[in-house]
Design a protein around this ligand. Structure first.
Ligand code: MN
Length: 256
């Protein structure tokens, strides 16, 4: 049997299952908050065109408005000033949308410290235990943060500002410049830690990954349903010409 007919058989029999890693997209979806002097990303909003009524008797449909970076979304390299000459979301090679994934679990560390950041030493320990990272793969960072579904819980403002987990600058630079990974995926509203405005450089995941023509996936859910290694992620953003990113339905194929 061919590889693809093996896959379709495995999907039909349930030997391979499909896990939805996507947060619901609605006007309630939490989103990034920047200091008031900066432009702000939009909430998802419906504008109803018709609903089986005078405006369209047999059909229901909507227009919608949303930020490119609202909800579960894909960061293209052009999103950051360091990647300004690199791919926009319509130019990202499609091979990146189907990629192996490994999952590092730091939920207990984040429970103890919501400002917890993943360091290079954590990645070394992961590879020691599970083997080398897959070429062109995603590193999915399981923090437990997706259990926070409201704006307030997701941003988690404290006296020091937004308080949520992420990755250290040194580690982000290593992922961008040394590793075989194509990017990271996170449960928080962006790839960087809540306090990353104070890191050097500020927002190191954005700065280093996108500058290296790598990617980010934000606001993922259900990472607890994935194995540490062996999942395949399908994350196919809208082909928005000149877009800096896009909402995305992220799926994982997992062997039972
Ligand atoms: Mn983003």
């Amino acid at each position: 049997m061919s590889v693809l007919s093996n896959l379709t058989s495995a999907l039909a029999s349930g030997t391979v299952k499909v896990v939805d890693l996507t947060a619901p997209l609605s006007s309630e979806t939490p989103l990034l908050e920047l200091p008031p002097e900066f432009g702000q990303t939009a909430q998802f909003q419906f504008e109803e065109i018709s609903k089986y009524d005078d405006r369209g008797p047999a059909w229901y449909w909507n227009n919608f408005r949303t930020g490119e970076h609202t909800g579960t979304h894909f960061d293209a390299p052009i999103h950051w000033v360091t990647g300004q000459d690199k791919d926009d979301i319509s130019e990202v090679p499609v091979a990146a949308f189907v990629a192996p994934a490994v999952v590092i679990d730091v939920t207990s560390e984040v429970e103890a410290d919501p400002n917890f950041v993943i360091e290079k030493s954590h990645l070394d320990a992961f590879q020691e235990e599970h083997g080398a990272f897959p070429e062109g793969g995603w590193l999915l960072c399981r923090t437990g943060w997706s259990s926070r579904t409201t704006q307030e819980e997701m941003i988690n403002n404290t006296e020091t500002g937004p308080t949520s987990p992420g990755m250290s600058s040194e580690c982000a630079q290593w992922v961008a410049e040394e590793s075989v990974l194509q990017g990271i995926g996170v449960e928080t509203i962006g790839t960087d830690a809540g306090a990353a405005h104070s890191f050097e450089p500020p927002f190191p995941c954005h700065s280093f990954f996108l500058g290296a023509n790598k990617y980010g996936l934000a606001q993922l859910q259900n990472l607890d349903q994935l194995p540490a290694t062996g999942a395949v992620v399908v994350a196919s953003p809208l082909k928005i010409v000149e877009g800096s990113g896009s909402p995305v339905r992220v799926l994982a194929l997992v062997e039972n």
